[in-house]
Design a protein around this ligand. Structure first.
Ligand code: PMP
Ligand code: GLU
Length: 396
């Protein structure tokens, strides 16, 4: 029987991170002892004070549709957070709360892009950027970076990528998957180029903002002189508050963009889950020091992963300054045959690790860098140590 699906869905790739997570679940259900380092999901529980707020909201009968762009109290908490953590002054009409930062990004693409509009994506970029852009008929323009520049795009590279069709630049800092972090000075250098092109809008995805090991405060593109009116700041609670399944993300944006996102969301999903929104008011109003224990633990694990990987020939890593990923260049293995299997590319290597080491990773191809794989260290120190021991055995 024919399956007359749209070109839109047929041309879309499956999310590699979620596909690998599904594969890991499937193999575990079959009884295989897989260690999952594929999914970017904190392995902590949501803090109790946030859970209590959700329980309270249920008992207070929060069961109706919320305003499409979020409860006013939540938007006020978002405004407080932007001011407190990023020195950004947004007003109520500039905030839209969504069902995860992923929906925030999909809204932005839908309201900003026309067919053929180019979106600059410094590589490696977060897995879904490219497909979200394509879904809105935008054209992703990949800018390759390498481990030598800590996987960051320089101002000269940005300038060279701009064409009359460039509409947007999307990037995450701290970056998923490289863990790289743009400093204030580096953002200013990019902004110098962008200010010559006032028709270009920036998506600054700051969802890993609090997972920062530098001891220096987070730098936001919207706070760079002259960039506020051209920047959409995307953030959410999935990572910092271990709330991935609660599905709340938000933006601060020029009000005409926020209004358009609100209109889009009103036809597609309505407001985000009302219980989760109430819990997030409590999360965002708390001082960020409440999640410091998680960040401290991620830093210990980062150091552990780097130390263990440095003992494996063929793994070449940068030192991630944030998020919870390492993105080693493993191109050393291309063309080599391991246990009778020839490794042609990063996808082969990632599959090889799944089959032979029983460790789930994600191919760098999904992030626009075909020489690397991504490992998430949002796993216990015991799991990390065992996983890297297995990897070492499988590639030696
Ligand atoms: N941006 C980046 C860089 C991410 O890693 C993620 C991971 N989920 C998201 C956005 C989306 O987050 P969520 O939809 O869970 O808020
Ligand atoms: N952002 C996480 C990751 O990159 C979660 C998975 C997803 O939303 O794609 O693994």
């Amino acid at each position: 029987m024919s399956q007359p699906l749209s070109d839109r869905i047929l041309n879309m790739s499956t999310s590699a991170t979620l596909a690998m997570a599904a594969k890991t679940r499937e193999l575990k259900a079959e009884g295989k002892d897989i260690i999952g380092l594929s999914l970017g999901e904190p392995d902590f529980n949501t803090p109790d004070f946030i859970k209590d707020a959700a329980i309270q909201a249920i008992n207070d009968n929060y069961n109706s549709y919320s305003p499409v762009d979020g409860y006013v109290e939540l938007k006020e908490a978002v405004i407080t957070k932007f001011k407190r953590d990023n020195n950004l002054t947004y007003t109520l009409p500039q905030i839209v709360v969504s069902t995860g930062a992923k929906q925030s990004l999909a809204n932005i693409a839908a309201v900003m892009l026309n067919k053929g509009d180019e979106v600059i994506l410094p590589c490696p970029y977060w897995v879904s950027y490219s497909d979200i852009v394509k879904l809105s008929e935008g054209v992703p323009v990949e800018v390759q970076t390498s481990i030598d520049t800590d996987f960051k795009m320089t101002a000269a590279q940005l300038e060279a990528a701009i064409t009359p069709k460039t509409k947007m630049l999307w990037f995450s800092s701290p970056c998923n998957p490289s863990g790289s972090l743009y400093s204030q000075t580096e953002l200013e250098a990019l902004a110098e180029v962008l200010k010559k092109h006032p028709n270009i809008y920036v998506v600054s995805d700051e969802i890993y903002e609090h997972i920062n090991y530098t001891g220096k405060s987070h730098a936001s593109m919207a706070s760079v002189d002259g960039m506020f009116n051209n920047t959409i700041t995307v953030n959410g609670v999935s990572k910092a508050f271990a709330m991935t399944g609660w599905r709340i993300g938000y933006i601060g944006a020029p009000d005409w963009i926020a209004r358009a996102c609100n209109k889009m969301q009103g036809q597609v999903t309505s407001g985000a889950n009302c219980i989760a929104q109430q819990a997030v008011i409590t999360a965002l109003n708390a001082d960020p020091s409440v999640v410091k224990f998680m960040i401290d633990e991620f830093k210990v694990r980062r150091d552990l992963v780097l130390d263990l990987l440095s003992n494996i020939e063929g793994f070449n890593t940068n030192t991630p300054e944030g998020a919870f990923y390492v993105f080693p260049d493993i191109s050393y293995f291309f063309g080599k045959t391991l246990r009778g299997k020839t490794i042609h590319n990063a996808t082969d290597f990632s599959l090889y690790l799944l089959e032979e080491a029983l460790v789930a990773t994600v191919t760098g191809e999904a992030f626009g860098n075909p020489n690397c794989i991504r490992l998430s260290y949002a796993a216990s120190q015991k799991e990390i140590t065992e996983a890297i021991k297995r990897i070492k055995e499988a590639v030696s």
